[in-house]
Every structure is written in structure tokens, then in C-alpha cells.
Ligand binder design. Structure first.
Ligand code: APR
Length: 169
């Protein structure tokens, strides 16, 4: 299956598109959002301003500007509120909508951060299972897409790799 789990700063990855864990304003923030805007430069924010925001669970695409990636796909993950506010379904739709938007935009390689598991406090083990389930379902009908999961810590990579092992065995 075309899934690779790496420990990397997503802003350095030479893929067609990197996914940003944004907020509904799409006007930047901390975490990976801040890192992507810093690396892409001010033209990214200028384009984001034209988009009028993005609802949780949906995705929007922009240019990559000063990034190695041609595109940035901005998606807004759910804030974890205990698991009874549709958080799992919203996180799943972040991955599904980002992948569908990537395929519709001619993207053949995409890298995801660990959406919602930082500031938004989504439990990491649950998030990795949801992410890999959605990516695997998409790859079943789009085998040409290459997906990289860019973890920012060895612990996150271990969690993802364990979930990937369970999924593929
Ligand atoms: N490369 C890859 N992963 C990164 C990077 C980076 N440069 N920087 C942070 N991460 C990881 C974090 O370690 C975490 O695993 O991205 C994951 C997502 O964490 P956040 O960036 O905090 O995103 P999220 O939890 O979805 O919260 C989104 O935070 O930054 C604000 O504007 C953003 O309001 C939004 C909220």
C-alpha cells in the first residue's frame, strides 16, 4: 500500500501537496499551520485571504509558493471535546476531503501532518487509526496516489507505524 510514515518537518517534503492543519479562518496560527505559512511566505496568506475560511472537516487548496510542494491543502480538524461531538467523523472527513481534492487537482503525492493531535488535543492512537483507515480506503480506488504521513516526533511515528501494522496484517 502506498503509505509511508516518516519523522519529518512537513515543510521540507518534496511532494506535490502538503496538508495544513489549519483553523476555520485559514489565516494562519501556530503549530504546523505556523510552520507552513513561515516557509511558504506571505503570498500564501494573501491567497488564503481570498478563500473566505473553511468549515471544520472540509479542505481548500492553494499554491505552495516558497515551499518545495506545489500545493498546500488546508483542512480544519475538530477540537477534541471528549468524543461525543462527532469528532471522529469530522477528522475522517478531513482526510477524505483532502485526498479527493488532491486527486481532483492532479496531485500524485501528498503528505499529511497528524491533524488535530496538537493544539486540538485529539487522542493520538484514535487519530492514527482514523487517518490510516481513510487513507487505505482512498488508496483502494486511487492506487496511483502516494501518501506520506509526516510525524513530528519519534513517539508519533511509533504510534502511526503500530496502527499501520495492525491495518495491514
Ligand atoms: N511538520 C510536521 N508536523 C508538525 C509540524 C511540522 N513542521 N509542526 C507541528 N507538527 C505536528 C504536531 O506535533 C502535531 O502532531 O502537527 C500535528 C498537529 O498539531 P497542530 O499543528 O497543533 O494542529 P492541530 O492540533 O490540528 O490544531 C490546529 O492549531 O496552529 C493552530 O491554526 C492552527 O488553530 C489551528 C490549530
Amino acid at each position: 500500500m502506498n503509505i509511508e510514515v516518516v519523522c519529518a518537518d512537513i515543510t521540507y517534503l518534496e511532494v506535490d501537496a502538503i496538508v495544513n492543519a489549519a483553523n476555520t479562518s485559514l489565516l494562519g496560527g501556530g503549530g504546523v499551520d505556523g510552520a507552513i505559512h513561515r516557509a511558504a511566505g506571505p503570498r500564501l496568506l494573501a491567497e488564503c485571504r481570498t478563500l473566505g475560511g473553511c468549515p471544520t472537516g472540509e479542505a481548500r487548496i492553494t499554491g505552495g509558493y516558497d515551499l518545495p510542494a506545489r500545493f498546500v491543502i488546508h483542512t480544519v480538524g475538530p477540537v477534541w471535546r471528549g468524543g461525543h461531538k462527532n469528532e471522529e467523523a469530522l477528522l475522517a472527513s478531513c482526510y477524505r476531503n483532502s485526498l479527493e481534492l488532491a486527486a481532483a487537482s492532479g496531485v500524485s503525492s501528498i503528505a499529511f501532518p497528524f491533524i488535530s493531535t496538537g493544539v486540538y488535543r485529539f487522542p493520538i492512537a484514535r487519530a492514527s487509526r482514523i487517518a490510516l483507515r481513510e487513507v487505505a480506503a482512498f488508496l483502494a480506488t486511487h492506487p496511483e496516489m502516494h501518501v506520506t504521513i509526516a510525524c513530528f516526533s519519534d513517539q508519533d511515528r511509533a504510534t502511526y507505524s503500530q496502527a499501520l501494522h495492525v491495518l495491514t496484517n
